[in-house]
Write a protein that binds this ligand. Structure first.
Ligand code: NAP
Length: 248
């Protein structure tokens, strides 16, 4: 038996990186997968075909996770297309790094809106059908810097810390309806997001990780599969770090 057979999952920001890996693992484990992207239209279309190779239903939606009304419309469309929604993975995220002295209001607002408000938007839109079904698993992708803070990432760290508070609150509000809410906190994962960081800084960073290497998107996806599946049926309100021991 596959781990999420016949479940329907929605993953935000799955055109590349961690979200793409999560979508692939969900399909491999038997889930029908709805996913979103913002600008990577070709990559989104290619992903549909790759997901379908696992014999599941798949559909990509171009939808801005930071837009409240677009999120409501997205969930309405997913329910119409797939019939139900069992698993929500709030993955879409961006960085706009800079020291606080130089950080602009726009850098702050962009990161808070795309990283944190999006989680509110999608979760609020999804819980009605989950409450009716008395079942659901919500997984929010935060970051270890949401726990530790990080110089040059005051906006990003605050958005990720906000996700943790939100995740725990939803767990408290909806546990009695059998809806679980957990967060996954990646450390340093090799994607386009981290490609943007200076190579020397990356090498120093890797050496500071107890496992002496960066993680791969698949490492995060495997943690998400655990939290999405019934293997974690009595786990809610938790933050699972996937960081090679970076933050202990
Ligand atoms: P990535 O490679 O930059 O991919 C980001 C994804 O989010 C893309 O699919 C992008 O779509 C989508 N996206 C961006 N803005 C969006 C919006 N407004 N609405 C819908 N989709 C949007 O990033 P990643 O490294 O895979 O990161 C994924 C998540 O993990 C993020 O939340 C990030 O903060 C978190 N994380 C990453 C690391 C790491 O080391 N990589 C560590 C900790 C946490 P388009 O392709 O269409 O732009």
């Amino acid at each position: 038996m596959k781990l999420v057979e016949k479940k329907v999952a929605l993953v935000t920001g799955a055109s590349r990186g961690i979200g793409r890996s999560i979508a692939m693992r969900l399909a491999q484990e038997g889930a029908d997968v709805a996913f979103t992207y913002l600008s990577s239209i070709e990559k989104g279309e290619a992903l549909v075909k790759e997901l379908e190779q696992f014999g599941v239903k798949a559909k990509g939606y171009r939808s801005d996770a930071s837009d409240f009304q677009a999120a409501e419309q997205l969930v309405t469309d997913v329910l119409a297309d797939f019939g139900k929604l069992d698993i929500l993975i709030n993955n879409a995220g961006v960085t706009r790094d800079g020291l606080l002295m130089r950080m602009t209001e726009e850098q702050w607002d962009t990161v808070m809106t795309i990283n944190l408000k999006s989680v509110f938007n999608l979760t609020k839109a999804s819980i009605k059908s989950m409450m009716r079904a008395r079942s659901g698993s919500i997984i929010n992708i935060t970051s270890v810097v949401g726990i530790s803070g990080n110089a040059g990432q005051a906006n990003y760290s605050a958005s990720k810390a906000g996700i943790i508070g939100f995740t725990k609150s939803v767990a408290l509000e909806l546990g009695s309806r059998n809806i679980r809410s957990n967060a996954v906190a990646p450390g340093f994962i090799e994607t386009e997001m981290t490609d943007a960081i200076d190579a020397k800084a990356v090498e120093e960073w890797k050496q500071s990780i107890p496992m002496k290497r960066g993680g791969q998107p698949e490492d995060v996806a495997d943690a998400c599969i655990f939290l999405a599946s019934d293997l974690s049926r009595y786990i809610t309100g938790q933050v699972l770090q996937v960081d090679g021991g970076m933050l202990t």
